[in-house]
Write a protein that binds this ligand. Structure first.
Ligand SMILES: *[C@@H]1O[C@H](CO)[C@@H](O)[C@H](O)[C@H]1NC(C)=O
Ligand SMILES: *[C@@H]1O[C@H](CO)[C@@H](O)[C@H](O)[C@H]1NC(C)=O
Ligand SMILES: *[C@@H]1O[C@H](CO)[C@@H](O)[C@H](O)[C@H]1NC(C)=O
Ligand SMILES: *[C@@H]1O[C@H](CO)[C@@H](O)[C@H](O)[C@H]1NC(C)=O
Ligand SMILES: *[C@@H]1O[C@H](CO)[C@@H](O)[C@H](O)[C@H]1NC(C)=O
Ligand SMILES: *[C@@H]1O[C@H](CO)[C@@H](O)[C@H](O)[C@H]1NC(C)=O
Ligand SMILES: *[C@@H]1O[C@H](CO)[C@@H](O)[C@H](O)[C@H]1NC(C)=O
Ligand SMILES: *[C@@H]1O[C@H](CO)[C@@H](O)[C@H](O)[C@H]1NC(C)=O
Length: 378
């Protein structure tokens, strides 16, 4: 099936025609006109399109035998929130979902941290980067969309949830991906009186070996290669554009100093500051000089981050090296899971779906690694 923005379903098919097995990588990118693709397929930063069962087409002469599903966590609060703005972000009380949310058990793969039963936050005031109520609802809807394809349409997964045996669920060590996985599972297998006690284990790597995030601690080459990309004339020209807007937005962060490289080498946080408010219909902020952000600033910063992702990961001369040490590490694990699935094809109790609840960063890594076109890189 086609992947929707911010979710990718990779499928393993057992084909009766070996010539049909896709094996060659497309070497030339199909870079179509981005603006017309956005108009044609629709694109909304705040809410990604959902997979649609009515548009599902099977691969000819093939049987579906294994699915690897990757998605970004649901809507979250800004990554950086000024102390004075904390009361604004009161959209994280998720106790209203307690009766429909599956019990989950979150565990570190190394067993080095204490395992725990996941309890939803019951305070309204959000932490920076926390899954919001909108994000919880969206993740449940995404799970329902997956149910309509893999259970209702294809009868690929069991329709009743009696145990976790068909599912393997991976998140990162960051709370919002664990919560997102929980709500996705709650949509895939809605709570019933019979299955409400069945707990699902979500596992994650510790931060030191996490491959679903660009992990400079895990691979020391990531920092120098990223710095080479930042130093290119094209990227420096990009950073130097619109200095007045940048200055105005930078003065909105408690943590701003002229040497804060998070703010000086990327527009990610500036865009995040504005887009999170756009998605929640909150007024755009003003800085301490009384200069306020405008809707066109928000559009500019969003456009900037889209350029940044494509340039850093796909289009610069150093991108192939960055992909090798980011996507390469993750793909090695994905391939290992695929080989495990192939080795257990004859078993009746085999895992049929691997679920990866991840970040924008992960999706960019995967899509750049697969040489996605401009629209699919969004
Ligand atoms: C972690 O603990 C579980 C359950 O106790 C066990 O099955 C698993 O093998 C352990 N994993 C590691 C890496 O030690
Ligand atoms: C919120 O959760 C905490 C810890 O789980 C619990 O101690 C507290 O009583 C809860 N508060 C409310 C209002 O439910
Ligand atoms: C969270 O929502 C629940 C249910 O709507 C409500 O009872 C509770 O008081 C809320 N908690 C806070 C801290 O607002
Ligand atoms: C679920 O667990 C609760 C408490 O542990 C228990 O009282 C109840 O009978 C269980 N329900 C089912 C259907 O197993
Ligand atoms: C940027 O600000 C400077 C100084 O405040 C001003 O002179 C200049 O015209 C501004 N540039 C734009 C493009 O608004
Ligand atoms: C960055 O700037 C702040 C204040 O302007 C200063 O205290 C800090 O030492 C600087 N840090 C570095 C790494 O230069
Ligand atoms: C914190 O952010 C708000 C807008 O989000 C802004 O009005 C305020 O000036 C900022 N505070 C500081 C100390 O930068
Ligand atoms: C968006 O960014 C691209 C570079 O990726 C640039 O060519 C274009 O002019 C920008 N559009 C707007 C409206 O800023």
């Amino acid at each position: 099936m086609k992947y929707s923005n911010l979710s990718v379903f990779l499928v393993l098919l057992s084909s009766s025609l070996s010539a049909n097995i896709p094996g060659s990588l497309v070497s030339e990118l199909n870079k179509r006109d981005l603006a017309s693709d956005i108009a044609k397929y629709g694109y909304n930063y705040c809410t990604a399109n959902l997979p649609d069962a009515s548009q599902y087409t099977s691969v000819p002469n093939s049987d579906l035998v294994f699915v690897q599903a990757f998605f970004r966590h649901g809507d979250r609060t800004p990554l950086l929130i000024n102390d004075s703005d904390l009361p604004l972000w009161n959209v994280c009380n998720k106790t209203i979902y307690n009766s429909v949310a599956r019990p989950v058990y979150v565990t570190d793969i190394s067993n080095s941290t204490l395992d725990f039963n996941y309890v939803t936050s019951n305070t309204s005031m959000c932490k920076p980067g926390e899954l919001t109520q909108i994000g919880a609802e969206y993740s449940m809807t995404l799970g329902k969309a997956a149910r309509s394809i893999y259970i209702d349409l294809l009868k690929f997964l069991d329709s009743d949830f009696k145990s976790q045996k068909q599912l393997k669920v991976r998140s990162t060590y960051i709370d919002r991906t664990q919560e997102t996985a929980r709500y996705f599972l709650s949509g895939l297998y809605p709570i019933t009186p019979e299955n409400k006690n069945i707990s699902t284990t979500i596992y994650h790597y510790p931060s030191t070996t996490e491959t679903m995030l660009t992990n400079a601690g895990l691979c020391p080459k990531i920092t120098p290669v990223s710095n080479q990309i930042i130093a290119t004339p094209q990227y420096q020209t990009y950073l130097a554009a619109d200095p007045n807007v940048t200055q105005k937005l930078d003065l909105m962060f408690d943590s701003y100093t002229p040497n804060n490289t998070d703010l000086t080498t990327s527009r990610q946080y500036q865009s995040d500051l504005l887009q999170t408010r756009v998605c929640h219909n909150l007024p755009l902020p003003c800085n301490k000089l009384g200069q306020c952000a405008t809707a066109s600033d928000a559009a500019l910063e969003l456009n900037d981050t889209q350029f940044e992702v494509k340039y850093r990961r796909r289009d610069s001369q150093f991108s192939p090296e960055l992909d090798r040490i980011t996507a390469g590490l993750l793909f090695a694990q994905v391939l290992q899971d695929l080989n495990t699935a192939i080795a257990s094809l004859k078993k009746c109790n085999r895992v049929r779906m691997n679920i990866y609840s991840a970040h924008d960063d992960t999706m960019s890594t995967i899509l750049a690694g697969l040489h996605a076109d401009d629209f699919n890189m969004l």
